[in-house]
Design a binder for this molecule. Structure first.
Ligand SMILES: [Zn+2]
Length: 118
């Protein structure tokens, strides 16, 4: 289950981002996952809950945003969205396209509760 290791990497990444703000509680994090990434969102959610256990992220919510597959056509130069894995330019029908989006797996935001001043 590689989703668990992805989830553990995400938790490490968030904890690294939160360094020096240990009293702030992470409420939610958002990740952008390209549609070409071989990943089950359900398994990632489960993995995230496991990875969060006994960390400062425990109880936080994972929001997964799907990123459509976008390619740049080398024939006409225009960006084109790839649907149903037909890697053809929608403008000129060339198959000579270069994938520009759809392969990402990025942490895009972190929502925190800042602790009240002491
Ligand atoms: Zn084209």
């Amino acid at each position: 289950m590689h989703e668990l290791s992805i989830a553990m990497n995400l938790v490490d990444l968030v904890r690294a981002q939160m360094k020096g703000r240990e009293q702030a509680a992470v409420r939610a994090i958002g990740v952008r996952v390209g549609d070409l990434v071989d990943l089950s969102a359900e398994a990632l959610q489960t993995g995230f809950q496991i990875a969060c256990a006994d960390t400062s992220l425990m109880g936080s919510v994972l929001e997964i945003e799907a990123v459509p597959v976008v390619a740049r056509c080398r024939a006409c130069g225009r960006p084109t969205e790839v649907v149903r894995q037909f890697f053809l330019c929608a403008h000129c029908l060339s198959a000579d396209v270069e994938i520009t989006s759809g392969l990402e797996l990025d942490l895009s935001w972190i929502e925190v509760d800042e602790a009240p001043p002491p």
